[in-house]
Design a protein around this ligand. Structure first.
Ligand SMILES: [Mn+2]
Length: 328
């Protein structure tokens, strides 16, 4: 619970903040938001992430504040570690294993449902699935601690909330995202610039990549299901990093007839990041869990080692069965 967690943070002499690998704007903004407030309050706090920050977040100066876990010999423990935007320790490996050895307490701060098949969060974690973003949780934690916000923290938290709600489209029927954003705006954080960094920075190469990728969408279930494969060869040949394919599935979901979509991003030969989205008629979390992943009810994913054809057939079968049980 939040009160217990705030007490742990107050008690800790040293803290580490982290997030899942291939971080996104939510986990990154939440950890930077808490980092800047705790630092200003004089705490010994470090951010250690599993891998590099995608370049579109450069405006938050991540490399000035974040250490990247490369070598376990260099890893210095702490009293408390907080891991944002996941409660699945597998997404924090190999850092998580070192934390278990060298950090007295590791807690997740997250808004994803607990996995039905998979590891459970550590004792003392704070999971609230009603929050539309992890930034919202970080904001509430800062308030609970009685710390004061500053401009850098406000920019990071605004990034988190705006990214995960996709410009306030997915707010889980709660005014919280807007109310918090309104408070953050008092710091003159340059929101239009942030929106541009998050949603308006497509490159010419990205557009060329999209033109090719979108021509390869396959439709099933009378246009209610779309499936798309992005090959690592295509990403590389257009000079893109994997993070730049993150918004492709959201683009698919703007197709009016669609109820659900699956995106297969090939990270290496026969190794896929599968992403699922649904507009709400069917849940897609169980489809991700069947592949050893997790996520939210209507937005989920998994890392899978498999050849493409059987993986795709399996996913289409699963999703079309779910869709067949719903009405148009
Ligand atoms: Mn999130």
């Amino acid at each position: 619970m939040i009160k217990d967690l705030a007490a742990q943070i107050k008690k800790a002499r040293s803290l580490i903040l982290s997030t899942h690998r291939q971080c996104d704007g939510d986990g990154l903004g939440a950890q930077l938001g808490l980092y800047h407030t705790l630092k200003a309050a004089g705490k010994d706090v470090r951010i250690i992430n599993v891998d590099a920050t995608p370049k579109k977040y450069r405006f938050l100066n991540p490399d000035q504040h974040i250490q990247y876990f490369e070598d376990k010999a260099d890893f210095v423990g702490a009293d408390l570690a907080l891991i944002f935007d996941t409660n699945d320790e597998r997404l924090v490996e190999p850092l998580f294993g070192e934390m278990k050895k060298k950090v007295s307490q590791v807690a997740f701060v997250d808004h994803h449902p607990l996995l039905k098949k998979g590891p459970q969060p550590t004792v003392g974690s704070w999971i609230d699935v009603t929050a539309a973003s992890t930034g919202e949780l970080a904001f509430r934690l800062i308030k609970e601690l009685g710390c004061s916000l500053n401009r850098e923290a406000a920019r990071a938290l605004y990034t988190s909330i705006t990214f995960d709600t996709q410009l306030y489209r997915f707010i889980r029927n709660s005014p919280s995202s807007h109310l918090i954003a309104a408070e953050l705006l008092q710091f003159e954080i340059g929101i239009e610039e942030i929106h541009r960094h998050l949603f308006g920075h497509q490159t010419v190469q990205k557009m060329a990549f999209l033109a090719k990728a979108l021509s390869e969408i396959e439709y099933f279930c009378e246009g209610r299901l779309a499936v798309l494969r992005l090959s690592d060869h295509d990403l590389l040949s257009f000079g893109l990093e994997p993070d730049e394919s993150r918004d492709v599935i959201d683009l698919l979901m703007t197709i009016e007839t669609l109820e659900a979509a699956a995106l297969f991003r090939e990270d290496a030969p026969e190794s896929y990041k599968v992403s699922f989205r649904s507009k709400g008629q069917i849940e897609v979390l169980s489809a991700a869990e069947n592949l050893g992943g997790g996520g939210h009810l209507y937005a989920a994913g998994a890392f899978v080692r498999s050849a493409y054809a059987p993986l795709k057939a399996n996913v289409i079968k699963d999703l079309s069965e779910k869709l067949s049980k719903t009405s148009y």
